[in-house]
Design a protein around this ligand. Structure first.
Ligand SMILES: Nc1ncnc2c1ncn2[C@@H]1O[C@H](COP(=O)(O)OP(=O)(O)OP(=O)(O)O)[C@@H](O)[C@H]1O
Ligand SMILES: Nc1ccn([C@H]2C[C@H](O)[C@@H](COP(=O)(O)O)O2)c(=O)n1
Length: 246
């Protein structure tokens, strides 16, 4: 495979992310495409079921993904967690990733997609919740072209900004970006770069919107119903439980 994209694609970038990526021709301008294209093409890999999980910062993506993992056996991959682990690992990109996260900016997609693809491969599972991704158009296109996987659906947690701010300010997990100045920048990036992705998937009929401005247990009821109806797995599990109890 020689090209990152099959046809010329113009990617527009948010002014908040000054790193430009030209997807055509072949080179990204940041890293050689060969860096991304190791050997991500095993049959199992290409057959994986992927659900993207989007929502404003603090909307409860991580919280709800943990519930889905427990009930439906998905592997949860948080793009933000993978980037933070990359910083901790002392990688050559660590300092750059750290300063971008501290500024609330979106890290170049080659890095995030590479981390996601490696994690998917290593997990051994074939169904994934990819949390906090794609954050922008560049994320989406690079993932589509490298992983060659379309999401089964996109879960979107809808929540007003005041509630998001309250939750993040109370999170208390020592995150460097959980301060009011960076939170404002993250909201801006969310509105300018991520909401257009949400609209994109809506136009493709792939968006599943859930109100996240409710207590966590209530949000999960809606999430559970959604996964049961999308995958039939809730019914399958109930069916199995009935059989076992007979
Ligand atoms: N429905 C809810 N009601 C109130 N608080 C919640 C709810 N869901 C999650 N929280 C709390 O809000 C904070 C943010 O939740 P979480 O980390 O799951 O959000 P997130 O969308 O993954 O955030 P980020 O995008 O910043 O990583 C946490 O402290 C969590 O315990
Ligand atoms: N696709 C992504 C996901 C995350 N980041 C960076 C920028 C975010 O502000 C930060 C924290 O993410 P979160 O844990 O809140 O999902 O990580 C990114 O650049 N690209």
């Amino acid at each position: 495979m020689e090209t990152l994209v099959d046809a010329p694609i113009k990617v527009s970038f948010s002014p908040v992310n000054p790193i430009s990526l030209s997807l055509q021709p072949i080179k990204s301008g940041f890293l050689p495409i060969s860096w991304l294209q190791d050997d991500h093409e095993s049959p199992r890999w290409q057959k994986s079921t992927v659900v993207f999980v989007l929502g404003g910062p603090g909307s409860g993506k991580g919280t709800q993904c943990a519930n889905v993992v427990e009930h439906f056996g998905y592997t949860h991959l948080s793009a933000g967690d993978l980037l933070r682990a990359e910083i901790s690992s002392g990688s050559e990109f660590g300092a750059m990733i750290q300063s971008m996260i501290a500024e609330g900016r979106i890290v170049p997609s080659e890095i995030t997609v590479k981390l996601l693809c490696e994690a998917m491969k290593e997990s051994g599972n074939d169904k994934f919740l990819i949390d906090g991704f794609p954050r922008n158009q560049e994320n989406r296109i690079v993932f589509e072209n490298v992983a060659k996987i379309e999401p089964a659906f996109v879960l979107f947690f809808d929540c007003p900004e005041e509630e998001l701010e309250r939750r993040i300010m109370n999170r208390n997990q020592g995150r460097e970006d959980d301060n009011i100045e960076t939170i404002k920048k993250r909201f801006k990036v969310f509105v300018e770069s991520t909401l257009p992705i949400v609209s994109y998937y809506e136009s493709k009929g792939k968006l599943r919107k859930i109100s996240a401005a409710k207590p966590s247990a209530e949000v999960f009821e809606a999430v559970k119903d959604l996964f049961a109806s999308e995958t039939g797995e809730g019914e399958a599990r109930d069916h199995l439980n009935k059989k076992i109890s007979v």
